[in-house]
Design a protein around this ligand. Structure first.
Ligand code: GDP
Ligand code: MG
Length: 445
């Protein structure tokens, strides 16, 4: 979502750093480009204005311009100011700590299609992973299908869903859900509410009624990040009536410009707490302004990457693989396993954006590198091999190649391509193991 901003900012910094000594005029030229990049990305004009004023006044400090690496210092200032725009400190969910015999209610609100139901389930999974007893309540009674949607999602992640029929009312359903949750020692009850295409009085009355009854500790407004500047108005309108405690930006994996979403906290003063980054239920990330700022500046987000890896990668297997790599014994079986672990972490294109240095490089990589279908194909080919073939791919000649291709539904040249790619990465691992510096570009050639 932020490739364009990243690219432009990096081009600007590169130009600045090529100048050696910086003058006020150089700085202003650079900031003009930054301004254009931010406006093009749809960042709200008043946010851009305040941001640039702050960066400029801090950079004009004589010590910055006269230092040995003025551009580095300016990048640091931009990073800090960007973090401020994005909300400053991380604002955690209020339910992270729980008292005994108490059910925390989290109300999910937003326009129709914003991603409320999906987000409710994602959040439930997130809380479950923190060992919190979680329950979902289907309080959107506009259509029977809305209830069914939540029930299906709940089943997928094995989280109970409290529901009543469409003949009940949202208020009664919410009230009964809360009683049911308390009776069952539930730590967090997540209420999925109805939305509308636009904000109307009937909806607001419904939400206020539920709020009074359930007394939620968090009222989270789901905002579709793809809706641009409209999202700012939506947030303000909801917040004027229902006291929103946090925002969840959904669909941050989309290709919209995203700048409006970046302005939303500065404009509304409501903190963002999570970002939705995919349709799947593990596609929810806690929102950290400083990490997003580094990602936008192309500096990567190592912390989130490590957290993802810790969540998904089996530590013993990882240690074993590392040993194999060091001994250069890495074979196709390991390759397959590593691929499967990587796939669990999420789409490759998202992971690459979090690796410092790689995020810029990713634009130059062939698109196939990120293609899930390609990965599935690779997986099928390796699965079509015998264990011996996986360990010693050198024995794969014409007839074996044909058999593997037939078995996995690809052409023999696909099998060949994979083996060649594997040999390259094997070579690379040997280099890595011997401590040589490796040009990351060679990974994808
Ligand atoms: N790509 C993507 N799609 C999302 C995300 N969150 C929700 N969606 C999709 O948006 C659509 C509407 O979501 P839904 O939860 O039904 O919205 P609701 O009407 O607000 O309850 C569904 O197709 C979801 O799969 C997200 O973070 N990324
Ligand atoms: Mg819904």
């Amino acid at each position: 979502m932020f490739e364009n901003i990243s690219e432009k900012l990096n081009a600007t910094f590169k130009k600045l750093s090529g100048r050696g000594r910086l003058t006020e005029q150089h700085l202003d030229e650079g900031l003009k480009e930054v301004r254009r990049a931010l406006l093009e990305a749809d960042v709200h004009f008043s946010v851009v204005r305040d941001f640039l004023e702050n960066v400029r006044s801090r950079s004009l400090n004589t010590e910055v311009l006269q230092s040995l690496s003025p551009t580095q210092q300016i990048i640091k200032i931009v990073d800090e100011e960007l973090t401020q725009i994005l909300g400053g400190d991380t604002k955690a969910l209020a339910v992270a700590s729980t008292q005994a015999n108490h059910t925390n209610v989290i109300m999910i609100i937003g326009l129709q299609g914003a991603g409320k139901t999906t987000t409710a389930a994602k959040l439930a999974l997130h809380l479950k992973k923190q060992n919190l007893q979680t329950m979902l309540a289907a309080v959107d009674l506009q259509r029977p299908a809305a209830i069914e949607q939540l029930v299906t999602l709940g089943n997928e992640i094995q989280i109970p869903v409290y529901k009543e029929g469409v003949k009940s009312t949202p208020l009664i359903t919410a009230k009964n859900a809360l009683n049911h949750a308390r009776d069952n020692d539930v730590d967090c009850l997540i209420i999925d509410t109805a939305g509308r295409l636009t904000i109307d009085e009937a909806l607001m009355d419904e939400l206020l009624e539920i709020q009074k009854e359930a007394n939620p500790i968090e009222i989270l407004l789901v905002i579709d990040a793809m809706t641009g500047q409209d999202s700012l108005r939506t947030a303000e309108e909801f917040n004027a009536i229902v006291p929103v405690t946090g925002l969840i930006l959904s669909k941050m994996d989309g290709d919209a410009r995203g700048g409006a979403a970046l302005s939303i906290t500065s404009i509304t003063n409501i903190p963002i707490k999570f970002m939705g980054v995919g349709e799947k239920l593990d596609g929810l990330e806690q929102y950290h302004p400083e990490r997003l700022a580094s990602r936008i500046l192309g500096m990567g987000d190592v912390l989130t990457l490590i957290e993802k890896a810790e969540e998904t990668i089996d530590e013993n297997k990882a240690a074993e693989l590392q040993k194999k790599m060091q001994r250069a014994e890495f074979n196709l079986e390991d390759f397959l396993e590593q691929m499967q672990q990587m796939k669990k972490m999420g789409p490759l294109s998202q992971i690459v954006d979090m690796v410092p240095g790689l995020s810029n490089l990713s634009k130059q990589m062939p698109q196939e590198a990120f293609d899930e279908n390609q990965l599935n194909k690779t997986e099928a080919i390796i699965q079509g091999m015998t264990p011996t073939e996986r360990q010693k791919p050198d024995i794969i000649g014409g007839s074996r190649r044909k058999r593997i291709a037939n078995g996995s539904g690809v052409s023999p040249s696909d099998v060949n391509a994979l083996i060649n790619q594997f040999k390259k990465s094997q070579k690379l691992m040997k280099q890595l193991a011997s401590g040589k510096r490796v040009d990351p570009k060679t990974l994808f050639r």
